[in-house]
Design a protein around this ligand. Structure first.
Ligand code: GLU
Length: 417
């Protein structure tokens, strides 16, 4: 495989990792073609009538990457960068993620290419309902199930479920990550952040370290980052820094994460949290901490800063935070990267539990959710660690190898290739 370039698009970057592993597995050309490409890509036009009466045409996407192992599954993000290529990349990551944690789903992703912070609540509701109406032809409880991602949440899912239900009758299992009173699962909101810390705990234990003597910096204080920070602090990690789009904060003695959550609810940002000093998002990534958790957007660790990352463990709570060039730099420097398809798979794992609860019209306790989540993630972590040792590769390539093997087996059994 050629040297990676720093100019890869998001989909090219994910596909780069795929092809490296396909080479290593000796995958035949036909299987490689089927697994690398996407199954279906839908772009829809969403005319949005602003509160001031003007209309803008917004683009929405749903990409179904691979369905060999089950219904397509994946979130929907609202972001100006959520174009077809990025959604494609994220759909492909979902295929590998669901295979790695061994839940019976394929991979998909959706996006609305818009800055949601510029929209009112009623504009967001209108856009969400229209998106669901336009993509409803390709989704379904046994076809494709959506969930939250960047800038979407339980409320977004409630609107989606309602919009779908208006045409098809009450169908809670059409989306996951719903509000609990509407059939959401206990533990779903925390699941991605909690899962990242569960996987981090395993890696720390393997490194002979205990949370009580480890420091952590978390980039991003959205759903994933704030829960990762909260769960980590409860486990004994000293969370010294975090950030959001407005900037970061650092408190070497440790941040009081619950108090920070209250500050964010008031101020809308981590910035200005009493007792902490300001720092930039770039500085946060280069802090001298034991664990760095990028929990915001993709591509934040690249060629420009990978040689300045000082944390010996990087937990990819976000999707694709490390570029292929940076991945090599970190590996050569002996930094352990817990890859996104393992580290942030807790969210979709509990989405699977939510879907099964909806189908059975039964609900699980939070304890059951968390212990079944740990079962899936700890098993996946150990399989990845053992595969990396057996193949002499790093955790990302081992995780992809396990996932690609599983998807290839399903595709062959179905007779696709
Ligand atoms: N958006 C989350 C992810 O990237 C969750 C997807 C889901 O629950 O379907 O994994």
């Amino acid at each position: 495989m050629a040297e990676p370039s720093e100019d890869l698009t998001p989909f090219e970057a994910v596909t780069f990792f795929f092809h490296e592993v396909a080479d290593q597995l000796g995958l035949d050309d036909a299987t490689r073609q089927v697994l690398a490409g996407t199954y279906r890509e839908l772009r829809v036009q969403l005319p949005l009538r602003r509160d001031d009466g003007t209309v803008t045409a917004v683009s929405g996407y749903r990409v179904q990457h691979n369905g060999a192992r089950g219904p397509y599954k994946g979130g929907v993000r609202y972001h100006p960068h959520a174009d077809l290529d990025e959604v494609r990349a994220l759909a492909s990551l979902m295929t590998w993620k669901t295979a790695l944690v061994d839940i019976p789903f394929g991979g998909a992703k959706g996006g609305i290419q818009v800055d949601p912070t510029a929209l009112s609540r009623s504009e967001l509701e209108q856009l969400t309902r229209r998106y669901m109406a336009q993509v409803s032809y390709v989704v379904g409880v046994n076809r494709d199930i959506m969930a939250p991602d960047v800038n979407t949440n339980a409320q977004t899912m409630a609107w989606m479920m309602d919009a779908y239900g208006q045409r098809h009758g009450h169908t809670p299992a059409i989306v996951t990550g719903k509000p609990v009173p509407l059939g959401g699962s206990l533990g779903r909101e925390a699941a991605t952040g909690r899962g990242a810390i569960m996987v981090c705990d395993e890696a720390a234990r393997d490194a002979g370290r205990a949370p009580g003597d480890m420091t952590m910096a978390v980039q991003g204080f959205g759903n994933v980052g704030s829960w990762a920070a909260r769960v980590a602090a409860a486990q004994g990690y000293r969370v010294v820094a975090t950030s959001d789009v407005r900037g970061g904060i650092i408190a070497p003695g440790g941040l009081h994460v619950d108090a920070l959550g209250a500050h964010v609810r008031e101020a809308g940002t981590v910035v200005g949290f009493p007792g902490a000093d300001p720092l930039t998002n770039e500085e946060l990534l280069e802090l001298d901490v034991d664990v760095l958790v990028p929990a915001a957007l993709g591509g934040v660790i690249g060629k420009h800063n990978a040689d300045r990352v000082r944390a010996p463990i990087v937990v990819e709570a976000a999707n694709a935070p490390v570029t292929p060039v940076a991945d090599r730099i970190l590996r050569d420097r002996g930094i352990v990267v817990l890859p996104d398809i393992l580290a942030n798979a807790g969210g979709v794992t509990v989405s699977y539990f939510e879907w099964t609860q909806n189908i059975q019209q039964f609900s699980w306790t939070e304890e059951r959710v968390n212990s079944e989540l740990a079962g899936h993630l700890v098993t996946a972590y150990r399989q990845v660690r053992d595969r990396a040792a057996a193949d002499g590769t790093d955790l990302r390539h081992a995780a992809f190898a396990i996932a690609v093997d599983r998807v290839a087996t399903a595709a062959h059994l179905r007779g696709y290739v």
